[in-house]
Design a protein around this ligand. Structure first.
Ligand code: 1QQ
Length: 385
């Protein structure tokens, strides 16, 4: 990762800094206003950009619930005090960008969590990197997100890890030879998922019978599904967010297409079952999170989450919960609420014991993670073995 500084910009910055130092005579004012002194408890304000309203609002609800629970626990422990300032992006690129600009213009905000979609992060990440504020996606899984810049991180399972793992298991289990691919061609995440699906199918020497596309908000998929049915695939690879994905599965089953589906992160939501009902059976996904995992840490979190919100946490809640703990750890290690110090401390996180396992960033700010493969069976996500 490289950051390029323009010489004119550098000169202006130096002159501005000289002028500010001469005028204020108190160069530590900004940090002393918002931070405790090094070694003391750190108090920090973080911005959150989430998909809270609109067709994908269940993603944002899970994410903000995970964050709020973690915030409550972190603040109760008292090593670090975190304030969250939350903005709704409604899943829209422009709205996410103006939310980010608003958050970044507050000097007291030292880091950002979100936005929810890779489509949003593609523009917001660039802006955050340019402004030197750390940003961490908890659900952004497309290729190339952490490579946007030094200040851009994620703790979510990339499609490039999830899809080949899920497909391999399905191919072995069902002796799959022929597949059809269906993907949303107007979204960064669904397009990236498609690239990964195509490559994985080619690497596994599968016969790709057809590649079909759809757009966000589409309600009728019968043209694509009728064509796919006529070609008799053993399995369908589908790259979609839950609201389109669930409708596709429902229409596929009604059209008599009973083959298994392999989906990416967007499909790994209980919303798929809520919307598609029985038609969701046969969906296979790879995930860093499984709420029924017999692990003490996982079960403690599930219990606390259920007590707070009356439902089990999904992958998006779990990733957000871990993300705030990672930020808290980085703030503690930085010893001050400062954007650059926080970025450097985040980059150094290694083997942090989260509920998704021991967490480390790689050199690009991407995750190192082992997914588990699940299948929806009898209306429930279950281990796929
Ligand atoms: C992305 C995703 C979506 C499923 C987030 C909700 O993974 O946009 O990258």
């Amino acid at each position: 990762m490289k950051r390029y500084l323009n010489k004119g910009f550098l000169l202006m910055t130096v002159l501005l800094l000289l002028a500010l130092t001469a005028c204020s005579g108190n160069s530590s004012e900004k940090t002393s206003k918002t931070n405790s002194a090094k070694g003391d408890k750190v108090s920090a304000k973080l911005g959150v950009i989430s998909y809270i309203t609109g067709p994908g609002a269940a993603y944002g609800e899970a994410i903000t619930n995970g964050l709020k629970l973690a915030q409550k626990e972190i603040n109760a422990k008292g090593d670090v005090k975190i304030d969250l300032v939350t903005e709704d992006s409604a899943g829209k690129q422009e709205q996410a960008l103006s939310a980010a600009q608003k958050l970044m213009s507050d000097d007291d905000i030292v880091g950002i969590i979100g936005p929810t979609l890779s489509t949003e992060m593609n523009v917001v990440g660039k802006e955050a990197d340019m402004n030197g504020i750390p940003i961490m996606g908890t659900s952004t899984t497309a290729e190339g997100i952490p490579q946007i810049g030094d200040y851009v991180f994620r703790n979510s399972l990339p499609e490039a890890l999830a899809i080949p793992t899920a497909l391999k298991k399905a191919v072995d289990k069902y002796d799959v030879k022929k597949v059809a691919i269906l993907y949303g061609n107007d979204d960064v995440f669904t397009k990236s998922g498609f690239d990964t699906m195509k490559k994985a199918a080619e690497d596994m020497k599968l016969d790709i019978l057809t590649i079909e596309t759809f757009q966000k908000g589409q309600s009728d998929y019968n043209a694509q599904l009728t064509k796919i049915k006529g070609l008799k695939p053993d399995l369908i690879l589908c790259s979609a967010l839950y609201n389109e994905g669930a409708v596709i599965m429902d229409q596929a089953r009604k059209a008599g297409l009973d083959v298994p589906f392999v989906g990416g992160n967007g499909f790994n939501s209980p919303q798929v079952i809520d919307i598609a009902g029985q038609a969701a059976d046969g969906l296979i996904v790879a995930t860093p999170w499984f709420a029924d995992k017999p692990d003490q840490k996982v079960q403690d979190f599930v219990k606390k989450f259920e007590a707070e919100y009356g439902k089990k946490p999904d992958q998006f809640a779990a990733q957000a919960y871990d993300a705030l703990y990672i930020y808290a750890e980085a703030l503690k290690n930085a010893g001050e609420a400062d954007r650059d110090a926080l970025r450097d401390a985040l980059a150094k996180i290694k083997n942090f014991p989260g509920i998704l396992g021991n967490f480390s960033f790689d050199k690009d700010g991407d995750v190192v993670m082992e997914p588990t493969v699940l299948i929806i069976k009898d209306g429930k996500f279950q281990l796929f073995e």
